[in-house]
Write a protein that binds this ligand. Structure first.
Ligand SMILES: NC(=O)c1ccc[n+]([C@@H]2O[C@H](COP(=O)([O-])OP(=O)(O)OC[C@H]3O[C@@H](n4cnc5c(N)ncnc54)[C@H](OP(=O)(O)O)[C@@H]3O)[C@@H](O)[C@H]2O)c1
Length: 329
Protein backbone atom coordinates (compact mmCIF):
# COMPACT_ATOMS: atom_id res chain seq x y z
CA UNK A 1 0.00 0.00 0.00
CA UNK A 2 1.28 3.45 -0.98
CA UNK A 3 0.00 6.51 0.87
CA UNK A 4 0.27 10.08 -0.37
CA UNK A 5 -0.38 12.64 2.35
CA UNK A 6 -1.38 16.00 0.90
CA UNK A 7 -2.65 14.27 -2.24
CA UNK A 8 -4.86 17.23 -3.19
CA UNK A 9 -1.97 19.72 -3.17
CA UNK A 10 0.39 20.83 -5.92
CA UNK A 11 3.08 18.28 -4.98
CA UNK A 12 0.64 15.52 -4.05
CA UNK A 13 -1.13 15.67 -7.41
CA UNK A 14 2.19 15.41 -9.23
CA UNK A 15 3.14 12.48 -7.00
CA UNK A 16 -0.01 10.62 -8.06
CA UNK A 17 0.77 11.26 -11.73
CA UNK A 18 4.40 10.21 -11.51
CA UNK A 19 3.68 7.10 -9.40
CA UNK A 20 1.52 5.88 -12.25
CA UNK A 21 3.76 7.04 -15.11
CA UNK A 22 6.88 5.47 -13.56
CA UNK A 23 5.00 2.22 -12.90
CA UNK A 24 5.82 2.43 -9.22
CA UNK A 25 4.42 -0.77 -7.70
CA UNK A 26 1.16 0.57 -6.25
CA UNK A 27 -1.06 -2.35 -5.31
CA UNK A 28 -3.32 -0.03 -3.42
CA UNK A 29 -3.27 3.76 -3.09
CA UNK A 30 -4.39 5.76 -0.07
CA UNK A 31 -4.80 9.44 -0.96
CA UNK A 32 -4.86 11.45 2.24
CA UNK A 33 -5.51 15.11 2.98
CA UNK A 34 -7.28 17.22 5.59
CA UNK A 35 -10.96 16.87 6.43
CA UNK A 36 -11.58 19.79 4.03
CA UNK A 37 -11.07 17.61 0.96
CA UNK A 38 -12.10 14.19 2.26
CA UNK A 39 -14.44 12.55 -0.26
CA UNK A 40 -13.00 14.45 -3.22
CA UNK A 41 -12.04 12.31 -6.21
CA UNK A 42 -8.57 12.54 -7.78
CA UNK A 43 -7.38 11.07 -11.06
CA UNK A 44 -4.97 8.17 -10.72
CA UNK A 45 -3.82 6.39 -13.85
CA UNK A 46 -6.85 5.48 -15.90
CA UNK A 47 -9.11 5.59 -12.88
CA UNK A 48 -9.59 7.67 -9.77
CA UNK A 49 -9.08 7.55 -6.05
CA UNK A 50 -11.22 9.02 -3.29
CA UNK A 51 -9.43 11.27 -0.82
CA UNK A 52 -9.57 10.18 2.81
CA UNK A 53 -8.98 12.29 5.88
CA UNK A 54 -5.60 11.89 7.54
CA UNK A 55 -6.65 10.59 10.92
CA UNK A 56 -5.94 7.82 13.42
CA UNK A 57 -5.49 4.52 11.57
CA UNK A 58 -4.47 6.10 8.23
CA UNK A 59 -0.94 4.80 8.79
CA UNK A 60 -1.98 1.16 9.17
CA UNK A 61 -0.98 -1.25 6.39
CA UNK A 62 1.10 1.36 4.53
CA UNK A 63 4.43 0.22 2.99
CA UNK A 64 5.50 3.53 1.45
CA UNK A 65 4.29 6.97 2.52
CA UNK A 66 5.02 10.13 0.57
CA UNK A 67 4.31 13.12 2.76
CA UNK A 68 3.40 16.32 0.91
CA UNK A 69 1.53 18.39 3.47
CA UNK A 70 2.94 21.03 5.81
CA UNK A 71 5.87 20.58 8.20
CA UNK A 72 3.67 20.33 11.31
CA UNK A 73 1.69 17.48 9.75
CA UNK A 74 4.95 15.73 8.85
CA UNK A 75 6.33 16.13 12.37
CA UNK A 76 3.23 14.46 13.74
CA UNK A 77 2.69 11.81 11.11
CA UNK A 78 6.12 10.70 9.86
CA UNK A 79 6.87 8.90 13.17
CA UNK A 80 3.43 7.30 13.10
CA UNK A 81 3.92 5.90 9.60
CA UNK A 82 7.42 4.70 10.51
CA UNK A 83 6.12 3.04 13.69
CA UNK A 84 3.48 1.26 11.61
CA UNK A 85 6.26 -0.18 9.37
CA UNK A 86 6.23 2.23 6.43
CA UNK A 87 9.16 3.73 4.58
CA UNK A 88 8.54 7.50 4.59
CA UNK A 89 9.77 10.20 2.22
CA UNK A 90 8.95 13.67 3.51
CA UNK A 91 8.70 16.70 1.23
CA UNK A 92 8.39 19.25 4.00
CA UNK A 93 11.21 21.03 5.84
CA UNK A 94 10.45 19.16 9.10
CA UNK A 95 13.41 16.76 9.11
CA UNK A 96 15.84 18.22 6.58
CA UNK A 97 18.40 19.34 9.13
CA UNK A 98 17.90 16.38 11.48
CA UNK A 99 21.26 14.55 11.51
CA UNK A 100 19.44 11.24 11.98
CA UNK A 101 17.46 11.71 8.75
CA UNK A 102 19.25 11.55 5.39
CA UNK A 103 18.63 14.46 3.03
CA UNK A 104 18.83 12.98 -0.43
CA UNK A 105 19.02 13.86 -4.10
CA UNK A 106 19.58 10.40 -5.60
CA UNK A 107 21.88 11.62 -8.40
CA UNK A 108 24.15 13.17 -5.75
CA UNK A 109 24.07 11.16 -2.52
CA UNK A 110 22.04 7.98 -3.09
CA UNK A 111 24.67 6.10 -1.07
CA UNK A 112 22.86 7.37 2.05
CA UNK A 113 19.97 5.11 1.10
CA UNK A 114 22.07 1.93 1.26
CA UNK A 115 21.38 1.66 5.00
CA UNK A 116 17.66 1.55 4.14
CA UNK A 117 16.52 4.39 6.40
CA UNK A 118 12.84 4.36 7.35
CA UNK A 119 12.56 8.14 7.00
CA UNK A 120 14.21 10.24 4.30
CA UNK A 121 13.91 13.99 3.80
CA UNK A 122 13.41 15.48 0.37
CA UNK A 123 15.42 18.71 0.06
CA UNK A 124 14.16 22.20 -0.64
CA UNK A 125 13.14 22.60 -4.28
CA UNK A 126 15.51 25.48 -5.16
CA UNK A 127 18.35 23.59 -3.53
CA UNK A 128 17.66 20.49 -5.64
CA UNK A 129 17.55 22.46 -8.90
CA UNK A 130 20.76 24.30 -7.98
CA UNK A 131 22.69 21.23 -6.88
CA UNK A 132 21.71 19.13 -9.88
CA UNK A 133 23.85 21.61 -11.85
CA UNK A 134 26.50 22.30 -9.20
CA UNK A 135 27.27 18.74 -8.00
CA UNK A 136 28.75 17.37 -11.27
CA UNK A 137 30.98 20.45 -11.45
CA UNK A 138 31.96 20.03 -7.80
CA UNK A 139 33.02 16.44 -8.51
CA UNK A 140 35.29 17.70 -11.29
CA UNK A 141 36.82 20.84 -9.84
CA UNK A 142 36.09 20.98 -6.07
CA UNK A 143 33.49 23.60 -5.14
CA UNK A 144 34.61 26.28 -2.67
CA UNK A 145 31.89 28.89 -3.08
CA UNK A 146 28.33 28.87 -4.40
CA UNK A 147 26.26 31.97 -5.10
CA UNK A 148 22.66 31.38 -6.11
CA UNK A 149 20.05 33.92 -7.20
CA UNK A 150 16.68 32.29 -7.71
CA UNK A 151 13.65 33.17 -9.82
CA UNK A 152 10.99 30.99 -8.23
CA UNK A 153 7.63 29.98 -9.66
CA UNK A 154 4.50 30.72 -7.66
CA UNK A 155 3.59 27.01 -7.48
CA UNK A 156 6.47 26.69 -5.03
CA UNK A 157 3.97 28.11 -2.57
CA UNK A 158 1.36 25.46 -3.42
CA UNK A 159 -1.76 25.12 -5.50
CA UNK A 160 -3.56 28.21 -4.09
CA UNK A 161 -0.63 30.41 -5.22
CA UNK A 162 -0.77 28.96 -8.73
CA UNK A 163 -4.53 29.52 -8.95
CA UNK A 164 -4.09 33.07 -7.65
CA UNK A 165 -1.66 33.98 -10.45
CA UNK A 166 -4.07 32.56 -13.04
CA UNK A 167 -6.92 34.53 -11.48
CA UNK A 168 -4.84 37.73 -11.49
CA UNK A 169 -4.27 37.24 -15.22
CA UNK A 170 -8.04 36.96 -15.74
CA UNK A 171 -8.64 40.01 -13.54
CA UNK A 172 -6.09 42.06 -15.44
CA UNK A 173 -7.61 41.15 -18.81
CA UNK A 174 -11.06 42.09 -17.46
CA UNK A 175 -9.72 45.43 -16.21
CA UNK A 176 -10.44 44.50 -12.58
CA UNK A 177 -8.17 45.09 -9.59
CA UNK A 178 -5.92 42.10 -8.89
CA UNK A 179 -6.76 40.19 -5.72
CA UNK A 180 -3.75 38.97 -3.75
CA UNK A 181 -4.22 36.75 -0.72
CA UNK A 182 -1.40 34.18 -0.87
CA UNK A 183 1.49 36.61 -1.34
CA UNK A 184 -0.45 39.68 -0.14
CA UNK A 185 0.63 41.60 -3.26
CA UNK A 186 0.11 41.13 -6.98
CA UNK A 187 2.39 38.52 -8.51
CA UNK A 188 1.48 39.24 -12.12
CA UNK A 189 3.89 41.77 -13.68
CA UNK A 190 5.88 41.79 -10.45
CA UNK A 191 8.98 40.33 -8.82
CA UNK A 192 9.75 40.38 -5.12
CA UNK A 193 11.99 38.75 -2.51
CA UNK A 194 10.90 35.27 -1.46
CA UNK A 195 7.83 35.33 0.76
CA UNK A 196 9.27 33.11 3.52
CA UNK A 197 9.89 34.51 6.99
CA UNK A 198 12.58 37.15 7.39
CA UNK A 199 15.31 36.13 9.82
CA UNK A 200 17.32 38.23 12.26
CA UNK A 201 20.34 38.40 9.96
CA UNK A 202 18.25 39.89 7.13
CA UNK A 203 18.10 36.71 5.07
CA UNK A 204 14.86 34.80 4.63
CA UNK A 205 14.07 31.17 5.41
CA UNK A 206 14.26 30.04 1.80
CA UNK A 207 17.77 31.48 1.48
CA UNK A 208 18.82 29.78 4.70
CA UNK A 209 17.46 26.46 3.44
CA UNK A 210 19.56 26.79 0.32
CA UNK A 211 22.67 27.58 2.38
CA UNK A 212 22.27 24.82 4.98
CA UNK A 213 20.88 22.09 2.75
CA UNK A 214 23.53 22.63 0.05
CA UNK A 215 26.27 22.12 2.63
CA UNK A 216 24.57 19.00 3.95
CA UNK A 217 23.84 17.37 0.58
CA UNK A 218 27.30 18.06 -0.84
CA UNK A 219 28.86 17.04 2.49
CA UNK A 220 30.77 20.32 2.54
CA UNK A 221 29.95 21.76 5.99
CA UNK A 222 32.15 24.83 5.46
CA UNK A 223 31.06 25.64 1.92
CA UNK A 224 30.61 29.39 1.42
CA UNK A 225 27.08 29.81 0.09
CA UNK A 226 25.31 33.08 -0.77
CA UNK A 227 21.65 33.13 -1.75
CA UNK A 228 19.06 35.64 -2.87
CA UNK A 229 15.66 34.09 -3.52
CA UNK A 230 12.87 35.82 -5.38
CA UNK A 231 9.39 35.05 -6.58
CA UNK A 232 8.50 35.70 -10.25
CA UNK A 233 5.19 35.48 -12.13
CA UNK A 234 5.84 32.00 -13.47
CA UNK A 235 3.39 29.12 -12.92
CA UNK A 236 5.89 26.32 -12.47
CA UNK A 237 9.65 25.64 -12.72
CA UNK A 238 12.26 27.55 -10.73
CA UNK A 239 15.23 29.19 -12.42
CA UNK A 240 18.54 29.82 -10.66
CA UNK A 241 21.58 31.86 -11.72
CA UNK A 242 24.56 30.09 -10.18
CA UNK A 243 28.06 31.45 -9.74
CA UNK A 244 30.56 28.88 -8.51
CA UNK A 245 34.20 29.04 -7.47
CA UNK A 246 36.43 25.99 -7.46
CA UNK A 247 39.70 24.75 -5.97
CA UNK A 248 41.01 23.67 -9.35
CA UNK A 249 41.16 25.59 -12.59
CA UNK A 250 38.04 24.90 -14.61
CA UNK A 251 37.86 23.49 -18.11
CA UNK A 252 34.73 24.55 -19.96
CA UNK A 253 34.67 21.56 -22.29
CA UNK A 254 35.01 19.07 -19.41
CA UNK A 255 32.33 20.94 -17.45
CA UNK A 256 29.91 20.79 -20.37
CA UNK A 257 30.68 17.11 -20.92
CA UNK A 258 30.12 16.27 -17.24
CA UNK A 259 26.77 18.04 -17.19
CA UNK A 260 25.73 16.36 -20.45
CA UNK A 261 26.48 12.95 -18.95
CA UNK A 262 24.61 13.53 -15.69
CA UNK A 263 21.31 11.67 -15.33
CA UNK A 264 18.51 14.15 -14.68
CA UNK A 265 20.39 17.06 -16.29
CA UNK A 266 19.95 18.25 -19.87
CA UNK A 267 22.28 20.83 -21.33
CA UNK A 268 20.41 23.29 -23.52
CA UNK A 269 23.09 24.98 -25.55
CA UNK A 270 21.92 28.51 -26.23
CA UNK A 271 24.38 28.76 -29.12
CA UNK A 272 22.07 26.36 -30.96
CA UNK A 273 18.87 28.27 -30.09
CA UNK A 274 17.41 29.70 -26.91
CA UNK A 275 18.67 29.15 -23.36
CA UNK A 276 16.46 27.13 -21.03
CA UNK A 277 13.42 28.80 -19.49
CA UNK A 278 10.64 27.70 -17.12
CA UNK A 279 8.20 26.93 -19.93
CA UNK A 280 10.75 24.48 -21.41
CA UNK A 281 11.36 22.87 -18.03
CA UNK A 282 7.72 22.69 -16.84
CA UNK A 283 6.30 19.18 -16.52
CA UNK A 284 9.65 17.63 -17.44
CA UNK A 285 11.87 15.47 -15.26
CA UNK A 286 15.19 17.07 -16.17
CA UNK A 287 16.92 20.11 -14.78
CA UNK A 288 17.88 22.17 -17.82
CA UNK A 289 21.27 23.86 -17.79
CA UNK A 290 22.26 26.70 -20.12
CA UNK A 291 24.72 29.58 -20.31
CA UNK A 292 27.71 27.67 -19.02
CA UNK A 293 30.58 30.16 -19.01
CA UNK A 294 33.72 31.22 -17.22
CA UNK A 295 32.75 33.67 -14.48
CA UNK A 296 35.02 36.67 -14.91
CA UNK A 297 34.24 37.75 -11.34
CA UNK A 298 36.03 34.75 -9.82
CA UNK A 299 39.72 34.06 -9.36
CA UNK A 300 41.38 33.68 -12.74
CA UNK A 301 39.92 30.60 -14.45
CA UNK A 302 38.56 29.11 -11.22
CA UNK A 303 34.93 30.19 -11.51
CA UNK A 304 31.93 29.17 -13.59
CA UNK A 305 28.45 30.58 -14.06
CA UNK A 306 25.38 28.64 -15.20
CA UNK A 307 21.64 29.10 -15.55
CA UNK A 308 19.64 26.12 -14.26
CA UNK A 309 15.89 25.62 -14.58
CA UNK A 310 13.85 22.76 -13.16
CA UNK A 311 10.24 21.92 -12.47
CA UNK A 312 10.22 22.25 -8.71
CA UNK A 313 6.98 20.30 -8.37
CA UNK A 314 8.75 17.35 -10.02
CA UNK A 315 12.53 17.14 -9.55
CA UNK A 316 12.18 19.67 -6.74
CA UNK A 317 9.56 17.59 -4.93
CA UNK A 318 7.35 14.72 -6.17
CA UNK A 319 9.76 13.11 -8.64
CA UNK A 320 12.76 13.29 -6.29
CA UNK A 321 10.62 11.75 -3.53
CA UNK A 322 9.51 8.89 -5.77
CA UNK A 323 13.08 8.29 -6.95
CA UNK A 324 14.10 7.99 -3.29
CA UNK A 325 11.25 5.55 -2.66
CA UNK A 326 12.31 3.52 -5.72
CA UNK A 327 15.79 3.15 -4.21
CA UNK A 328 14.24 1.88 -0.99
CA UNK A 329 11.94 -0.72 -2.56
N1 LIG B 1 5.20 23.40 -4.08
C1 LIG B 1 6.48 23.08 -4.23
O1 LIG B 1 7.10 23.40 -5.25
C2 LIG B 1 7.21 22.32 -3.18
C3 LIG B 1 8.50 21.90 -3.45
C4 LIG B 1 9.21 21.18 -2.47
C5 LIG B 1 8.59 20.91 -1.28
N2 LIG B 1 7.32 21.34 -1.05
C6 LIG B 1 6.70 21.00 0.23
O2 LIG B 1 5.70 20.02 -0.06
C7 LIG B 1 4.61 20.18 0.85
C8 LIG B 1 3.33 20.37 0.06
O3 LIG B 1 3.43 21.56 -0.69
P1 LIG B 1 2.37 21.97 -1.80
O4 LIG B 1 3.01 23.04 -2.56
O5 LIG B 1 1.85 20.78 -2.52
O6 LIG B 1 1.19 22.61 -0.90
P2 LIG B 1 -0.37 22.74 -1.24
O7 LIG B 1 -0.61 22.78 -2.69
O8 LIG B 1 -0.83 23.88 -0.41
O9 LIG B 1 -0.98 21.38 -0.65
C9 LIG B 1 -0.98 21.10 0.72
C10 LIG B 1 -1.57 19.72 0.93
O10 LIG B 1 -1.49 19.40 2.33
C11 LIG B 1 -2.77 19.01 2.77
N3 LIG B 1 -2.94 19.34 4.18
C12 LIG B 1 -2.89 20.54 4.77
N4 LIG B 1 -3.11 20.44 6.10
C13 LIG B 1 -3.30 19.13 6.35
C14 LIG B 1 -3.58 18.37 7.51
N5 LIG B 1 -3.71 18.95 8.70
N6 LIG B 1 -3.72 17.03 7.38
C15 LIG B 1 -3.59 16.43 6.20
N7 LIG B 1 -3.32 17.09 5.05
C16 LIG B 1 -3.18 18.42 5.12
C17 LIG B 1 -3.73 19.77 1.89
O11 LIG B 1 -4.98 19.13 1.95
P3 LIG B 1 -6.39 19.92 1.75
O12 LIG B 1 -6.64 19.91 0.27
O13 LIG B 1 -7.33 19.08 2.50
O14 LIG B 1 -6.20 21.29 2.32
C18 LIG B 1 -3.04 19.62 0.56
O15 LIG B 1 -3.29 18.34 0.02
C19 LIG B 1 4.99 21.36 1.76
O16 LIG B 1 5.60 20.89 2.93
C20 LIG B 1 5.99 22.12 0.92
O17 LIG B 1 6.88 22.90 1.70
C21 LIG B 1 6.62 22.02 -1.98
Amino acid sequence: MVAVVGATGAVGREALKRLHERAFPVKELRALASSRSAGESLAFGTGSVVVQELKQGAEQGVDVAILAADAATSREWAPRFVAAGAVVVDNSSAFRMDPAVPLVVPEINAHLLAARPALVANPNCTTIVSLMAAAPLHRLFGLTRLTACSYQAVSGAGLPAMLELEEQARQWVAGQPMQAKVFRRPTLFNVFPHDSALLDDGSNEEEQKLVRESRRILDLPDLRVSATCTRVPVRRAHAVALHMEFERKVDLARAREALSCTAGVRVIDERAGSPADPLMAAEGDDVLVSRLRIDAGGEDGHALAVWAVGDQLLKGAALNAIQIAEHLL
